[in-house]
Design a protein around this ligand. Structure first.
Ligand SMILES: Nc1ncnc2c1ncn2[C@@H]1O[C@H](COP(=O)(O)OP(=O)(O)OP(=O)(O)O)[C@@H](O)[C@H]1O
Length: 941
């Protein structure tokens, strides 16, 4: 008997042996029965007997009994069904592995049909999702690119509930997994990011991976929704949860008993939802003041269903990924983990260039132009802007030999003008291959394309005015657009809502394009009163400003149902204002005079300039000022950033000058304001015009090396340079060292939590040595080792101005500690030093303690989270006894036992200056801690 025969012979035994396991795990009995019947292993009567059996477990028992009676072949076929229809019997796949099942040749030729509605539906969903997600739609309906060919990873930073970084997502599987979950009760993976940073594409990638079974998840259903769809429904419309799921994804066929929906209700954890663009409907949801809605059987308004799904009142346990623009408020109790998209890093940008351009010549040209312009790189870190720039480059370079990307100060308006030029040039010119390359004349392209451009602009404006991002055929016709115009690429069809029986709806290629065109409409309009151009400025200022303090994001959004939500994001209106400033700028007069009467253009520009000047002045006057040691401090609000962006787009030196003058404080705090690298050009544009010195606190933003390069000309006047938590590498420190050492005015340098290595540390050391006013240096949580530690210590030793140094969370170790000990020995000014979390052992501790005995200046010394043990204690005790000026010694989370602590406690009795030694988190029991607290001046918390 061959091996196969042996395997065959064992199937009957296998069923016998594993009977109870099969009874408990075998679901989708109908599929088994259907196949056994189709192949003649069961007859109609036997099927009826199985069906009449009451419980599922008994049905399985009956089937096993029947096939075992039929013999070996029937038994093997039963196992073969489980093997073939793996989706339906997913729970039994490990069992097949365990029994080492391999179908014999004879059984492999037999047919198995999947009649299990659940796995069939899962298969259909995967199939449709794969079809829907494999292309990135570009340039409207005309060009499509495979997602696989262009998708590039972006920086995805994980945050905790207080928006502190938990590192970066390394693979998309991590997005749904348990990694970085800060609230296990929450069900939403909340993905935030600025306009065009790639939130939708990220979801598309996730969906595509799931459709190909390449996402690590056991979810068998995946429903995708775009939030803007929910605003299409009339207020009175109601639908059931079942319809919401199936109608807008796909219906399960051959499911007369509603098994799929019942399965979803019973096993919601097997379902993933993605909801894209929550910011677009947040206001609608708040306004609805949704009542509790929990029954999956009831019909309700789709927004109510959405709210119930998001809050976990419906399908509790399902996995949900929700995207929204940065700053959109969400109740933190429903958030499971938080991810913020930071766009392309320089490495990602290189990858994207290579994917985007097939021709080596183009790659090189673009790389050279990017290398020459950190500002352009900053803009291109946003994938949308990068895509527009690259697409425009390719198109215009192919059409016209001499085309180069605009060099120094390209604005967002320039970028969207390029895109419009590309769209409009499609109708104006024949295919490039048929044409001898022509000289580019943008104004001619716009002049010829004015009719469709004005019509699209009108459509965009009307949409914004009624708060809608979707338009229908009637809207399109009413604006005078033809079928042919639609092919230009400004609009794309919205297929998701077609099944509602209405003719195809459309949306602008991207919402920022709608904002741009709406601004164009305001400029082009010759009928409306001139001051209509300011309508969105007024709208934006009417709404209250959200604060940019970190904890605000953790507060649930509360709103009174009767009034408009003051916290609602109005970014698309802000973008329209920004583009308006750009289009009415002097730089674009040359183009705009071809499209609007020069008199009207001038009138509009004058009005805008005067409005901007007045509002900048009053905005700056209205900002809250605080008195601090260094003078007056002002903490600006996010609107300030939009104001700067607008000023930059106008390119007006007068307004920039006035803005710079209007900043009366000596320190501006732009912390947690979502400043990205591209904004630094705008900031620099204004600061260029400032005469007086100024401190700039930009902690906790996303300015990156590109941003620092943009700020280069402004560092000469900066007394405070705080760039903590900003993704800076050593190349930023190079810029800082060059500028700060040249001008020597810096007093505070904050670089905490960046990516600085020993190379950067050496440059910081140079700044410390060469800047005689530098008092404070914070360089904790970087990647500095003993090498960098030695540079810094040596520089600190030479400095006579420095009094506060934070080195927390590097790895300078004992060698670095030794160098610091030398620096401290006779230091004349250093009063506060943190060497916490630096891998310092007793050896380093001993050196530090001995050196410090000769220092009478240091007041506060942090040695938290090191590896100091009892053998360091006598030396530290000596230091304590020496009664230097030390007032606080922090020794939390080291390795001291009672023996070491006893030394310290005893030494304390002879010390008058030392207020406390904090020793929580060492190796003492609670009892021992209490005893020391009661008796001595030791603190445990
Ligand atoms: N990871 C990526 N790889 C390649 N291209 C990308 C990526 N992310 C975004 N893009 C490009 O940028 C465009 C805009 O991206 P997307 O629509 O995802 O932005 P978004 O963050 O959802 O914007 P919004 O908040 O305005 O809706 C995409 O159409 C695509 O061309």
């Amino acid at each position: 008997m061959g091996q196969t025969e042996e395997a065959k012979a064992s199937c009957l035994d296998i069923l016998n042996y594993h009977r109870e396991l099969l009874v408990s795990r075998l679901r989708s009995i109908q599929c088994i029965v259907d196949n056994l019947l189709a192949c003649g292993y069961l007859c109609e009567e036997e099927v009826e007997i199985v069906q009449q059996t009451v419980t599922k477990a008994d049905q399985v028992r009956k089937i096993l009994e029947l096939v075992q009676c039929k013999g070996e072949e029937a038994c093997e076929y039963l196992i073969y069904i489980i093997y073939k229809v793996c989706d339906a019997y997913i729970d039994l796949q490990p069992w097949l592995k365990e029994i080492n099942y391999n179908p014999s040749n004879a059984i492999s030729v037999m047919k198995v049909i999947n009649t299990d509605p659940i796995s069939r539906y899962s298969g259909t969903l995967r199939h449709e999702m794969s079809r829907d997600t494999c292309f990135i739609m570009l340039y409207g309906q005309q060009e499509e690119t495979r997602l696989e060919d262009l998708y590039t990873d972006t920086q995805m930073e994980l945050l905790n509930d207080c928006n502190e970084s938990l590192g970066f997502v390394e693979s998309l599987d991590q997005l749904l997994g348990d990694h970085a979950v800060f609230n296990p009760q929450g069900e939403i993976v909340y993905v935030m990011g600025d306009a065009g940073v790639g939130k939708s594409i990220l979801l598309q990638k996730l969906q595509n991976l799931w459709s190909k079974k390449e996402l690590q998840t056991d979810a068998i259903f995946f429903f995708k929704f775009r939030c803007r769809m929910f605003s299409v429904f009339k207020d009175t419309e109601e639908i059931s949860l079942r319809d919401l799921l199936f109608k807008y994804n796909c219906y399960p066929d051959c499911d007369p008993d509603n098994e799929v929906f019942n399965y979803i209700l019973h096993f919601p954890e097997k379902v993933i939802f993605t909801f894209d663009g929550y910011d677009e409907i947040q206001e609608d949801l708040d306004l609805m003041n949704v009542p509790e809605m929990v029954s999956p059987e009831d019909s309700a308004h789709p927004l109510q269903l959405l709210d119930s799904l998001l809050c976990g009142k419906l399908l509790k346990g399902s996995q949900k990924v929700l995207t929204a623009r940065t700053g959109t408020e969400i109740q933190s109790r429903v958030i499971r983990k938080k991810v913020v998209l930071r766009g392309f890093s320089p490495t990602h940008l290189k990858t994207y260039i290579n994917l985007h351009f097939k021709e080596q010549e183009h790659r090189e040209l673009v790389s050279v132009q990017l290398d020459a312009s950190p500002h352009l790189c900053g803009l291109c870190s946003t994938p949308l802007f990068c895509w527009i720039v690259f697409k425009s480059f390719r198109h215009l370079h192919t059409m016209h030999d001499s085309f180069h990307l605009p060099d120094t100060c390209i604005t967002l308006t320039d970028i969207f003008l390029l895109l419009s030029e590309v769209f409009l040039s499609r109708s104006a010119s024949p295919a490039p291959s048929l044409l001898k390359k022509s000289t580019r004349c943008a104004s001619e392209t716009f002049r010829v394309g004015l009719r469709p451009l004005a019509a699209f602009a009108k459509l965009a404006l009307q949409g914004l005015e009624r708060g809608s991002f979707i338009c229908n055929q009637e809207d399109i016709i009413a604006c005078g657009l033809t079928e042919e115009d639609l092919l230009l690429g400004f609009l794309r069809p919205v297929s998701e809502y077609d099944d509602r029986g209405s003719p195809a709806n459309f949306e602008f290629l991207h919402i920022t394009l709608q904002s741009f065109l709406a601004a164009f409409a305001l400029v082009l309009d010759e009928q409306a009163a001139t001051n209509c151009i300011l309508k969105f400025f007024t709208e934006c200022s009417r709404r209250r400003e959200p604060s940019c303090l970190p904890f605000d994001l953790c507060i649930s959004g509360s709103s009174k149902p009767s009034e408009k939500n003051p916290f609602a994001t109005n970014e698309h209106l802000q973008f329209t204002n920004l583009f308006l400033c750009g289009l009415l700028s002097k730089a674009h007069t040359g183009l705009m005079v071809y499209l609007v009467s020069p008199v009207l253009l001038k009138k509009k520009r004058t009005l805008l300039k005067s409005y901007l000047s007045t509002s900048v002045k009053s905005h700056l006057r209205g900002l809250p000022h605080y008195n601090i040691e260094e003078g007056k401090k002002v903490h600006v609000l996010p609107n300030f950033l939009w104001m700067l962006r607008c000023v930059f787009e106008t390119g007006s030196k007068d307004i920039a000058q006035m803005t710079a003058k209007g900043i009366t404080a000596s320190l501006i705090k732009l912390g947690y304001c979502n400043v990205y690298s591209g904004d630094c050009t705008a900031l620099n544009f204004v600061l260029q015009h400032r005469q007086k010195l100024l401190g700039l606190d930009m902690d906790n933003n996303n300015i990156s090396d590109y941003g620092v390069k943009q700020l280069k000309p402004s560092f000469c006047k900066m007394t405070v340079v705080r760039l903590c938590v900003n993704h800076l590498s050593d190349s930023s420190i190079e810029v800082l060292a060059e500028e700060l050492c040249k001008h020597k005015v810096v007093e505070v340098l904050g670089l905490y939590s960046n990516h600085i290595t020993d190379v950067g540390a050496k440059l910081v050391a140079q700044i410390i040595e060469e800047c005689p006013k530098l008092r404070v240096v914070k360089i904790g949580k970087n990647k500095i080792t003993s090498v960098g530690g030695r540079y810094l210590a040596s520089a600190i030793q030479k400095s006579t101005s420095i009094f506060d140094v934070g080195m927390w969370g590097n790895s300078i170790g004992d060698e670095g500690a030794q160098a610091f000990a030398e620096a401290l020995r006779h230091h004349p000014r250093l009063t506060n030093l943190s060497l916490s979390a630096n891998g310092i052992t007793s050896k380093g501790g001993k050196c530090l303690a001995e050196a410090l005995k000769e220092n009478s200046v240091l007041r506060i010394f942090w040695l938290v989270q090191n590896e100091l043990a009892d053998d360091a204690a006598p030396h530290l005790a000596e230091l304590v006894k020496a009664n230097t000026g030390l007032s606080h010694l922090w020794l939390i989370s080291n390795r001291f036992t009672v023996r070491g602590i006893e030394h310290l406690a005893e030494a304390l009795t002879n010390n008058t200056a030392l207020k406390e030694i904090c020793i929580k988190g060492n190796q003492l029991s609670e009892e021992e801690e209490k005893q020391y607290v009661a008796e001595k001046r030791l603190r445990f918390h």
